[in-house]
Structure formats: structure tokens, C-alpha cells
Design a protein. Structure first.
Length: 329
């Protein structure tokens, strides 16, 4: 069985350098790193992960806790978390809490017991005090829970402003918003706040319909959408707080013979893949999901090194115009 000494001899470098590559410590050139990995491959060398974890008091793994693996936003996010973790020599461990606070805490404790390097927490729980006081590297994603834990999120208020202004500037006089649950205070609630503020500034009545947390799990928003349309036939513009909700609004309007964008203009939020798969394609607010994931990984690594990191990293959003709000002359 090959040893670390064998790897060093095959690569033509010192055992210390091989150790630094394996432990991802100190500066190592790409050329040296490739030589080590090639030697490991040729010798079929497998580092003892358990021994390394005990020696370093951590593994080269980052834990990710999400409320639902079925939600497209988190599926996209996990893809980018893995991409940027791998670039730094880390693996990810994914935990699906199914929006259950007990399960979330069990996963949190399990990841710490397994000596992960840090945890990225995508929580929808209202019991945030459970996470306060940890010196362990933790970052929240699209959620800011305290001034003790770094958060990475998009500018949700700006997104609401851009979406609402776009509807009004497109000629909508009776806009409505299909919003997520307000049961838990989330940064995404600022989308609704912006909708209200912009409508009030334009002397337009802001009509908001909210969904519940159960619908976040099963993504069945049609009952609320149908009710909104049936009880408010004057609506000529809809701002949906997610692309998933917006896609179902397109379906509901189609079933009722309502033309988009001729009769109702529609704007979503996220700019995930579904936005380009609907007919018509969806005008939406683009979250910089990839960049948000990159920053979350980097903050974990910075905290591991004891560096000072920003408590809130807020990234700008942009309006992406597509067919659902653009009437062709």
C-alpha cells in the first residue's frame, strides 16, 4: 500500500509539500498540485480522511443545509456551492431539513460532529437564536438572522422596485403581487415592501396575495392564483415573488383565456431555468445566484483562517425583459 512518502518520491517533492497539498494549507502552485495528484493517481494512494480529520480537527468538507432539495432555487445553488468548494479543494455535504427545525438542528450538530470546515445555512426557521454564539464558521444564505453570523443575500428591495416600476411603466394601472409566506421574517419580504412603496408613490393601490409555508414545500400555488384572478378581474399586471409562482400564474391565465402580456403583464423573481422554458418566456428579476454561492464559500474559508468578514454581503439584482411583459406592436 502506497504511503505519503511514496507520493513525495514519485512527484519529486518533499513529504511536507505533499501534506500541504492534501491539507490545502499554504501557497501551492498549480504545477506542484497537479504533480501530487498525478502521483497519487499512479500509486492509487488514498489519504486516510478520518486520521486527517482527527489531526486537523476538521475535514475538507463544507456542510450545506437547505429547506428543500426539490425547490429549483436551492437545486441551482447547490450546483454552484459544489463548483466553488471544489475549486478550493473542498467537498460538500448536503442536508435536506424539509423545513423542520428539529431536523435542521440535528443536521447542524451532525455536521459539527463530523468536523466539517464550516456550514452554509439556508434556513427558513424562525428559531434563529439556536445558532447564535457559535465561533464555528457559519454563513447564512438568502437569510440574515443576526449581526453575529455573516449573511449572503441579494438586494431584495431593489428587485421589488425594479419589478413594480417595470409593470407601471408598461402601462399597468391595477398591479397585484403574489408573495411568499410572511410567517417567517425573510429578506425576501422586502420585495413586497418595495411593491407597496412604489405603488403608493404612484397613487396606485397595492394588492398583495400571500401563500403559506406548506406551498413552499409542495409548490402548489394555483389555488391562490386562481382566487386572485377570479376575485380581481381588473388586474393587468402581476409581480410574482418567485419564478415558480410566476410559471404557475402563466398556466392559470392560459386556462382562463387571459393573454400574457396583452391582458396581464407578468414579472417573476430569481431567473432560474424555468424562466426561459415557459410560454411566453418570463420577464424576471435576476438574482446573481452563482456569485452569491461563490461569496458564501469564500466567507467560510476566510472565517477558517480567522479573517474578518462582512456581516452582510448584499449583491445587486437586474431586470431581465422577456415576452411576459413585452407587448409586440
Amino acid at each position: 500500500m502506497a504511503t505519503i512518502k511514496d507520493v513525495a518520491e514519485r512527484a519529486g517533492i518533499t513529504v511536507t509539500t505533499v501534506s500541504r497539498v492534501l491539507n490545502n494549507r499554504g501557497y501551492i502552485s498549480d504545477k506542484t498540485r497537479k504533480k501530487v495528484y498525478q502521483a497519487m493517481k499512479e500509486l492509487d494512494y488514498r489519504p486516510n480522511a478520518i486520521a486527517r480529520a482527527l489531526a486537523q480537527n476538521q475535514t475538507n468538507s463544507i456542510g450545506i443545509i437547505v429547506p428543500s432539495l426539490l425547490h429549483p432555487f436551492f437545486a441551482v445553488s447547490i450546483n454552484y456551492f459544489e463548483l466553488y468548494a471544489a475549486q478550493h479543494g473542498f467537498k460538500i455535504m448536503i442536508c435536506n431539513s424539509q423545513r423542520n427545525i428539529e431536523k435542521e438542528m440535528e443536521y447542524f450538530d451532525m455536521l459539527r460532529s463530523n468536523k466539517v470546515a464550516g456550514i452554509i445555512l439556508c434556513t427558513r426557521s424562525g428559531e434563529v437564536e439556536k445558532y447564535l454564539g457559535y465561533s464555528f464558521p457559519v454563513v447564512t444564505f438568502e437569510r440574515s438572522i443576526s449581526n453575529q453570523i455573516p449573511a449572503v443575500l441579494c438586494d431584495n428591495y431593489l428587485g421589488g422596485v425594479l419589478a413594480t416600476k417595470h409593470l407601471l411603466e408598461s402601462g399597468c394601472t391595477h398591479p397585484a403581487m403574489l408573495n411568499g409566506s410572511l410567517h417567517v421574517r425573510l429578506p425576501a419580504d422586502d420585495r413586497a415592501k418595495a411593491f407597496i412603496d412604489i405603488c403608493n408613490a404612484a397613487n396606485v393601490h397595492p394588492l398583495i396575495f400571500t401563500t403559506n409555508e406548506e406551498q413552499f414545500d409542495n409548490r402548489r400555488y394555483r389555488p391562490e392564483i386562481d382566487t386572485l384572478i377570479e376575485e380581481n378581474p381588473e388586474i393587468d399586471g402581476i409581480f410574482a415573488s418567485s419564478d415558480v409562482i410566476a410559471a404557475q400564474a402563466i398556466q392559470a391565465c392560459y386556462k382562463k383565456g387571459i393573454r400574457i402580456p396583452e391582458d396581464v403583464k407578468l414579472v417573476g423573481f430569481d431567473d432560474i431555468e424555468i424562466a426561459t422554458l415557459t410560454t411566453p418566456t418570463l420577464t424576471t428579476i435576476r438574482q446573481p445566484i452563482e456569485l452569491m454561492c461563490k461569496y458564501a464559500i469564500e466567507i467560510i474559508l476566510q472565517k477558517m483562517k480567522g479573517e474578518v468578514v462582512p456581516i452582510r454581503t448584499v449583491l445587486p439584482v437586474t431586470l431581465v425583459r422577456r415576452e411576459s411583459s413585452e407587448t409586440t406592436p
